[in-house]
Design a binder for this molecule. Structure first.
Ligand code: ATP
Length: 297
C-alpha cells in the first residue's frame, strides 16, 4: 500500500527579523504565503526506512536520516511506538536550498502521508506539534494558505486572503545556507539598534483585500541585504525582473531564489520570458498564491 501527498513551496511576503536572542535564534514576524509549486511525497511499506528523490535538483537532497521527510517518519513512529520502516519517495519540484522551504514541505508531507499509511490518526494539533519539532517553517507547510508566524516563525495564525496573487520565481545557481544568511544578518546589524519585528498592517490589509498593487508596495525582507551581501549577483536578477515589468521583486526568505509579484497571469508569462533570456538566473517558474497545504492525492 502507498500514500501520496502534494505539498506547496512558500514565499515570505514579509520577513521582519529581530536582533539575535541569547539562544542565537531571532524573533521574527513572518508572513508566509503558500505558492503553487509542489513536491509530491509517496510513502510505501518497506523492510527498512529509506529515501529516494527524483527531479532536477535531486542530487543535492540528502537521502539519509537527516532528510526532513525521514525525520518526520522517525518522530511519528517514535511517538506511536512502531517501526519507521517505510520507503519515502520525493518527486522534487521545489528548488533545493532556495529559500522556498522545500525541505520543510517534504517533512510536513511525509508526516501526513505516514500518518495515513500507518493509520496512526494523529490529531491536527499533534501533527502541528511534530512539525514545530522538525523546524520553524514546517508547521506552515502543513497548513498552507497564508499565515503570520511569530516567535521563531513557528507560532502560526492564519491570515485571510481576498484574491489570487501571481508570482514569478527566478532560481539561482547553487543554494544559500539559511544559518549563513542569519550570521551575515547579525554581522551587518552589529552596532545598530535592531527594531522588534512587527507585521506590516498595510501588508496584511493588502492580502485581505486581494490588492496586488498594495501588496507589491508592502513586500519586505530583512534578510535581503544579507543574502545580497553573500550573493551580490542577485541584485542583477532583481533589476532584470523589475525591468521585465514586475510590480516588485524581493529575495525569497534566505534566498537565493528571487520572487517577483506581477499584475496577472499574462504578465507572469511575459515577465518570466524576459527573465529567462536575461542571463541573470538558472531557471524561471510562475506560480499563483495562496495554495493549499498538504493535500492527500
Ligand atoms: P527555508 O526556506 O526553510 O530556509 P530552503 O528552501 O532554503 O529552506 P531547503 O530546500 O529546505 O532550503 O534545504 C535546505 C537544506 O536542508 C538542504 O541543503 C539539505 O541539505 C537539507 N534537507 C533536508 N531534507 C531535505 C529535503 N527533503 N529536501 C531538500 N533539502 C533537504
Amino acid at each position: 500500500m502507498s500514500v501520496t501527498v502534494r505539498v506547496p513551496a512558500k514565499v515570505n511576503a514579509q520577513l521582519a527579523v529581530g536582533a539575535a536572542r541569547p539562544d542565537g535564534f531571532h524573533d521574527l514576524a513572518n508572513v508566509f504565503l503558500a505558492v503553487g509549486l509542489y513536491d509530491e511525497v509517496t510513502v510505501t511499506e518497506a523492510d527498512e526506512l529509506r529515501v529516494t528523490c527524483a527531479g532536477p535538483d535531486a542530487g543535492e537532497v540528502p537521502l539519509d536520516r537527516t532528510n526532513l521527510a525521514a525525520r518526520a517518519a522517525l518522530v511519528l513512529a517514535g511517538r506511536y511506538g512502531r517501526s519507521p520502516d517505510v520507503h519515502i519517495h520525493i518527486a522534487k519540484d521545489i528548488p533545493v536550498a532556495g529559500g522556498m522551504a522545500g525541505g520543510s514541505a517534504d517533512g510536513a508531507g511525509a508526516l501526513v502521508a505516514c500518518d495515513a499509511l500507518w493509520g496512526t490518526n494523529a490529531s491536527r494539533d499533534e501533527l502541528l506539534d511534530i512539525c514545530a519539532e522538525l523546524g520553524s517553517d514546517v508547521p506552515f507547510s502543513l497548513v498552507g494558505g497564508a499565515a503570520l508566524g511569530t516567535g521563531r516563525g513557528e507560532k502560526l495564525s492564519p491570515l485571510e486572503v481576498g484574491g489570487t496573487f501571481h508570482w514569478v520565481f527566478a532560481m539561482a545557481d547553487g543554494g544559500l545556507s539559511t544559518p549563513a544568511v542569519f550570521r551575515e544578518f547579525d554581522r551587518l546589524a552589529e552596532g545598530t539598534d535592531v527594531p522588534e519585528p512587527v507585521a506590516s498592517e498595510d501588508l496584511l490589509a493588502a492580502l485581505e483585500k486581494g490588492d496586488t498593487a498594495a501588496l507589491a508596495a508592502a513586500l519586505s525582507n530583512d534578510l535581503q541585504p544579507a543574502a545580497l551581501s553573500l550573493r551580490p549577483s542577485l541584485a542583477d536578477t532583481l533589476a532584470a525582473g523589475r525591468e521585465a515589468g514586475a510590480l516588485a521583486g524581493l529575495v525569497s526568505g534566505s534566498g537565493p531564489t528571487t520572487a517577483f509579484l506581477v499584475a496577472d497571469a499574462e504578465s507572469a508569462y511575459s515577465v518570466a520570458e524576459r527573465l529567462r533570456t536575461s542571463g541573470t538566473c538558472r531557471s524561471v517558474r510562475t506560480a499563483s498564491a495562496p495554495a493549499p497545504g498538504v493535500t492527500l492525492l
